[in-house]
Design a protein around this ligand. Structure first.
Ligand code: DAH
Length: 341
């Protein structure tokens, strides 16, 4: 019987080594170590042994049981592990597959230009001030020294509301007077961005609504040299350090003297090209020294206070910078246009 026991052990271990699947393993346990298994069957025959042989057999039987149980447990661990691994491999995600792109939003091109402008003037100590989109005729024209019969006041240029003398602002300049009235007698350095509205024939070059950025500086010692220095620095930072500027005499009711600032063409480096119409120069903004009447309307004493102002159109800047040939694109909400920036 001892020999039988050894044979059972050997055969069982050999079989166990080949098992790699848990149902098979359970079957092995039943036939080997189970209540009706081979080992139990042999143990029941102990009575047929001579009494003096029994202890040695019993001892060996226990050893074999232990050895088989240990081997079974070890195998069980391995089988479980490889089954889990197999499941993982079968269910695996291919992480190398490219993901499905989520459409992301972006900043509108005019917002991007505005932020560049804010940053440059912010670095020079300017604050951002907002004034209303809906204005009165008084702020939009009168206080800015527009003569009573100035063509810009005609019905076809402004959008009127049903309320008398309440209009959509046609430019950001009314913010100048609002700002002065608010901050008098402090010195002022602000930029005033915002949407403007004009009742105009819409073409590739003019829209009913567009953005402007107004600038205003008021103080005791402000001169035309400050205006030129500030705007030249601005142009270099926005268009490139090599840019030069020139100031051409112009006319605006609210500034005296008035000027328009050009920068050397950044496309051809002033050699002459289609963008600058072979002049080498691009017109960027209007500017001037704040008219004494406007200073007075803002509460400041034009004998003691001086100021300069400027106004520019971010859409125009974007058109020049990116070669956009139709201003209507900006507010047409066409993603094919917007996504390019
Ligand atoms: N308000 C002017 C316009 O809409 C632009 C402008 C020109 C603003 C000269 C200014 C300035 O402050 O000094 O065309």
């Amino acid at each position: 019987m001892l020999v039988q026991l050894e044979t059972i052990q050997e055969a069982a271990l050999a079989k166990l080594a080949g098992i790699d699947e848990s149902t098979e393993l359970q079957a092995w346990y039943r036939t080997t170590l189970g209540r009706k298994g081979q080992v139990a069957a042999l143990a029941r025959q102990v009575g047929s042994l001579r009494p003096e042989e029994r202890p040695a057999f019993g001892k060996r039987l226990n050893q074999v049981k232990q050895a088989l149980t240990a081997a079974y447990e070890e195998r069980l661990q391995n089988v479980k592990l490889s089954e889990i691994q197999a499941k993982f491999t079968a269910d695996a995600l291919d992480v190398t597959l490219p993901g499905r792109p989520q459409p992301t939003g972006g900043l509108h091109i005019v917002t991007q230009i505005l932020r560049q402008i804010y940053r440059i003037f912010g670095d020079m100590g300017f604050q951002i001030f907002r004034s209303p989109d809906v204005e009165t005729d008084e702020y939009n024209f009168e206080l800015l020294n527009f003569p009573p019969h100035h063509p810009a006041r005609e019905m076809q240029d402004s959008f009127y509301t049903t309320q008398k003398d309440v209009i959509f602002r046609t430019h950001t300049s009314p913010g100048q007077v609002r700002d002065m009235r608010k901050y008098y007698p402090e010195p002022i350095r602000v930029i005033l961005p915002g949407m403007c509205y004009r009742n105009e024939q819409v073409t590739t070059r003019s829209e009913m609504q567009f953005t402007q950025v107004e600038g205003l500086a008021v103080g005791n010692h402000i001169t035309f040299a400050d205006l030129k220095g500030t705007l030249t620095e601005f142009a270099k930072r926005l268009f490139g350090a090599d840019r030069k500027t020139r100031f051409r005499a112009s006319y605006f009711p609210f500034t005296e003297p008035s000027a328009e600032m050009d920068v050397t063409c950044f496309k051809c480096d002033a050699k002459g090209c289609q963008l600058c119409k072979y002049t080498g120069w691009l017109e960027i903004l209007g500017c001037g020294m704040v008219h004494p009447t406007v200073l007075r309307n803002g509460g400041y004493d034009p004998m003691r206070h001086f100021g300069y102002a400027f106004g520019m159109g971010p859409e125009r800047i974007a058109m020049l910078k990116y070669g956009i040939d139709d201003i209507r694109q900006f507010w047409a909400s066409d993603l094919r246009f917007l996504q390019q920036f």
